[in-house]
Design a protein around this ligand. Sequence first.
Ligand SMILES: [Zn+2]
Ligand SMILES: [Zn+2]
Length: 156
Amino acid sequence: MGVQVNNPRIGSEDPPMSATKNQREQAPLARYADLKDRRLAITLSREDLEEEKDRDPLDRITCRTHRRWLHQCVSSPLHVIVVTGHRWCRSCSLALSVAVDELAGDVTFSCPGCGRAAPTRATRQLIRACRASLAAAHDDGLVYPGLSTPEQRAVS
Ligand SMILES: [Zn+2]
Ligand SMILES: [Zn+2]
């Protein structure tokens, strides 16, 4: 038996994966229909379907378990994967802490033991996914504290 490594990215230009991209907005899957953030619901749905078609779940920018954007729940213990080294310092055997900077759209991981996060493939993948998640979440016109001043609304 052998281990098959599938990496469709190697040696190929990014093929147009999403044929549905330009179609009108899709309805979210039923299990996300109750989410108030419709953009999140649609992204969750899309990534669930992509995952069924062999997408790496660790490349997702939404979290199926927590039903949130990745950067909103990546600090949960469930996002520590010791085996793969995601959010995990191998030298210290400690979970990495997460600092999310919503303003800068950036995220940093650091080990509470040695203070650093080795630039492993797992850590780089996590940072990439969190940045994409921040960007996607902030792209929806919602007002975030500090980003812009909400309009004064008449209170009736
Ligand atoms: Zn999560
Ligand atoms: Zn460490």
